[in-house]
Ligand binder design. Structure first.
Ligand SMILES: Cc1cc2nc3c(=O)[nH]c(=O)nc-3n(C[C@H](O)[C@H](O)[C@H](O)COP(=O)(O)OP(=O)(O)OC[C@H]3O[C@@H](n4cnc5c(N)ncnc54)[C@H](O)[C@@H]3O)c2cc1C
Length: 406
C-alpha cells in the first residue's frame, strides 16, 4: 500500500475537516477511525441539530490551562471563515442569537456534506482501525493498529475525548501523545450535570425553570450563569449548570468544597421580590407561603422553596427563593459529559499551525488539547479551527515526503 502524505488519527469533527483542508491542497490523506463510522459524535451535537459555531464574543468562553491559546487559534481561522467554509461544503447556516446551526437544523446533513467532500477529494477513511501506538522515525511516523503499521511523513492526532462514550476508560489519545513526550494533564468532565442537594431532590425532579446558578468554592464566588435550569433526582442540569460544571469538576478534583446558589427569580432583587410577595399576600389574601407562591412557580418546586422553618416571613421566603444553597457532591462522569477538560497541554503546540513544538510533522487538534468551552457552538468551532490550521500546514510540504526518503 502506498503511504499517504498525511495520516489523520480520528474521524471526528476536527480530523475530518483537517483531512478535507489538506486534500483540497493536493495532499493524499488517510483517516483512521476506531468506530464503525466517522463523525458519530457530530450526529448528536446540538440535540441532533448541530450548533456548529457562534458569532458572539469569545472572550470568556474558553477554559483550560491557557485559554488564550483558543482565542489565538480562532484569530488564525475565524468564525466567519468557518461559516464560509461550510458554505463551500454546501452547508447553508442559520443564526439564532449568535448560535449558528445548519439551515436544515439536522446534524446528519452536516456529517453527510463533510463525507461527500471527503469522497470527492479521494480521502480514504478506514473504519474499525483503532490506533494503539505511534513512533517517531527518521522521516516521519509509524502508526500502529491491531492489524497494520501505517507510515506517513505527517500525522494529525485528532482523537477527541471520551465524553459521552459508553466506555470512557478506552480513551487513548492523551497516552499516544504522552508516548511521544508531550505533556498531558488529567481529564475532568465539563459540560456535565452536577450531583447536588439532598432532601429536596425527590420533590423537584422534572422541574424546568429559568434561573441563575452561581458556583462557590469554600464560599468564594467563582462564576455564574443564567438560563433554563433542569432539576433532577440527582441534582441540577441544563445549559447554565453545564457552563459552571467544568470549573466545579476541576476545583473538586483539587480538593475544594463546592456549593451552588440558585436564584429562582432573577427578574427582581430581594427587596422587590419581598414587596411583590407582600402585595400578593394582601391583594390575593393568601396567608400561607405555599398559597402565596401558587401561580409564580411550578407546583413541585413550591414545597421545596417553603420548607425552611420561618418562611411565613416574606423576607425569609424572598431570600430563600433568591439564594437557594446546595452542596455539590460531584459531577456526573464522562459518560454524561458533552466535553472533557484536560488533555495535551497547549504550550506544546503552535497556535498558528497546531503543529507540535517538539515534533515537526505532528499536529494535534480539537478536544485532545487542554481546551474546553461553554455551550453555544464554541467546542465545535475549536475543532474546526484547529483542524483547518493543522490540515493547511500539514499539506504545505506533502508530495509523499515519507516515500521520497524510503
Ligand atoms: C451529546 C453532545 C452534544 C454536543 N453538542 C455540541 C454542540 O452543539 N456544539 C458544540 O460546539 N459542541 C458540541 N459538543 C462537543 C463537540 O461534539 C466536541 O467538542 C467535538 O466533536 C470535538 O471534536 P474532535 O474532532 O476533537 O473529537 P471527536 O468529535 O470526539 O472525534 C474524535 C474521533 O477520534 C476517534 N478516535 C479516538 N481514539 C482513536 C484511536 N485511538 N484510533 C482511531 N480513532 C480514534 C473517535 O472514535 C472519534 O470519531 C457536543 C458533544 C456531545 C457529546
Amino acid at each position: 500500500m502506498k503511504n499517504p502524505d498525511i495520516l489523520v488519527v480520528g474521524g471526528g469533527a476536527s480530523g475530518v475537516i483537517a483531512a478535507i483542508t489538506a486534500a483540497r491542497r493536493g495532499a493524499s490523506v488517510t483517516v483512521l477511525e476506531r468506530e464503525k463510522k466517522p463523525l458519530q459524535k457530530l450526529l448528536r451535537t446540538g440535540n441532533g441539530r448541530c450548533n456548529l459555531t457562534n458569532t458572539g464574543p469569545d472572550r470568556f468562553v474558553y477554559h483550560g490551562t491557557d485559554p488564550a491559546f483558543a482565542r489565538e487559534v480562532l484569530r488564525n481561522f475565524t468564525v466567519q471563515e468557518t461559516i464560509s467554509l461550510f458554505l463551500s461544503l454546501g452547508v447553508y447556516t442559520t443564526n439564532h442569537d449568535g448560535w449558528v446551526y445548519p439551515y436544515s437544523e439536522q446534524a446528519e446533513t452536516v456529517a453527510k456534506s463533510l463525507l461527500m467532500e471527503c469522497s470527492r477529494l479521494h480521502v480514504k477513511i478506514k473504519n474499525n482501525e483503532k490506533v494503539t501506538g505511534i513512533k517517531k522515525t527518521s522521516s516521519g511516523f509509524d502508526i500502529f493498529t491491531e492489524s497494520w503499521t501505517y507510515r506517513a511523513g505527517r500525522v494529525i492526532l485528532a482523537t477527541g475525548s471520551s465524553a459521552s462514550l459508553k466506555s470512557p476508560e478506552d480513551e487513548n489519545g492523551p497516552s499516544l501523545a504522552a508516548s511521544l513526550g508531550l505533556p498531558c494533564i488529567k481529564r475532568t468532565p465539563a459540560l456535565v450535570p452536577l450531583i447536588a442537594g439532598g432532601a429536596e431532590r425527590p420533590g423537584w425532579a422534572g422541574v424546568r425553570i429559568p434561573g441563575k446558578v452561581s458556583l462557590y468554592a469554600e464560599d468564594l464566588f467563582i462564576s455564574s450563569e443564567e438560563g433554563q435550569l433542569q432539576l433532577t433526582d440527582y441534582g441540577i442540569s441544563g445549559i447554565p449548570v453545564f457552563c459552571i460544571s467544568g470549573n466545579a469538576a476541576k476545583l473538586m478534583d483539587a480538593g475544594h468544597r463546592c456549593s451552588v446558589e440558585i436564584d429562582f427569580f432573577p427578574e427582581m432583587d430581594t427587596d422587590e421580590l419581598r414587596a411583590f410577595l407582600d402585595f400578593r399576600r394582601s391583594s390575593l389574601l393568601r396567608e400561607e407561603p405555599d398559597m402565596l407562591l401558587t401561580g409564580l412557580f411550578p407546583e413541585k418546586l413550591i414545597p421545596v422553596l417553603t420548607k425552611k422553618n420561618s418562611l411565613s416571613d416574606t423576607r425569609a421566603l424572598a431570600e430563600n427563593i433568591k439564594s437557594f444553597r446546595l452542596t455539590v457532591a460531584g459531577t456526573q462522569d464522562a459518560r454524561n459529559a458533552q466535553v472533557l477538560g484536560g488533555g495535551v497541554l497547549t504550550e506544546a503546540v503552535d497556535p498558528a499551525s497546531c503543529e507540535s513544538r517538539l515534533h515537526p510533522g505532528l499536529f494535534l487538534t480539537g478536544e485532545l488539547l487542554d481546551i474546553d468551552a461553554a455551550c453555544g457552538g464554541w467546542n465545535l468551532q475549536f475543532a474546526w479551527s484547529t483542524g483547518v490550521l493543522a490540515g493547511r500546514t500539514a499539506a504545505k510540504e506533502t508530495k509523499n515526503s515519507y516515500d521520497k526518503d524510503h
